[in-house]
Design a binder for this molecule. Structure first.
Ligand code: AMP
Length: 112
């Protein structure tokens, strides 16, 4: 089965783009769980955090700063959540690394 985020990076599947640079793409989640629900992904093929390595340190940091910048653009910079699922039992459904940026409503303190 094709990996939907790999296809989005290649431009074969459209997305509702929020941000893009040479390394990172961000787009609105197709099934938002909150008024703001943006996915931040690397263009590089990394399955999840468990698959990331030392050489990805700067990229991972930049992804968090992109999340922060998008939160500010959307006016949720004071209250937002960044989540990533690593592995199927942790809730990962798409096996290309992504950070969920969530906000715009009161979020529960519980994680799962
Ligand atoms: P996860 O369960 O952490 O792997 O999250 C995958 C996320 O990708 C879910 O929130 C889905 O709603 C979202 N998603 C799946 N396909 C698309 C798509 N084509 N465009 C945007 N978001 C998508």
């Amino acid at each position: 089965m094709k990996n939907v985020f790999e296809e989005i990076v290649k431009g074969n599947i459209p997305c509702d783009k929020v941000f893009e640079n040479e390394r990172i793409l961000a787009f609105n989640d197709i099934a938002p769980q909150a008024p703001v629900h943006v996915l931040i992904i690397p263009k590089k093929s990394i399955t999840n955090i468990a698959d990331a390595s030392e050489e990805d340190s700067a990229l991972l940091g930049e992804m968090l700063l992109v999340a922060k910048a998008i939160a500010k653009t959307r006016g949720i910079e004071d209250n937002f959540r960044v989540v990533t699922n690593s592995g199927p039992e942790a809730g990962q459904g798409v096996f290309h690394l992504h950070f969920h940026l969530l906000g715009g409503r009161s979020l529960s303190g519980r994680l799962g």
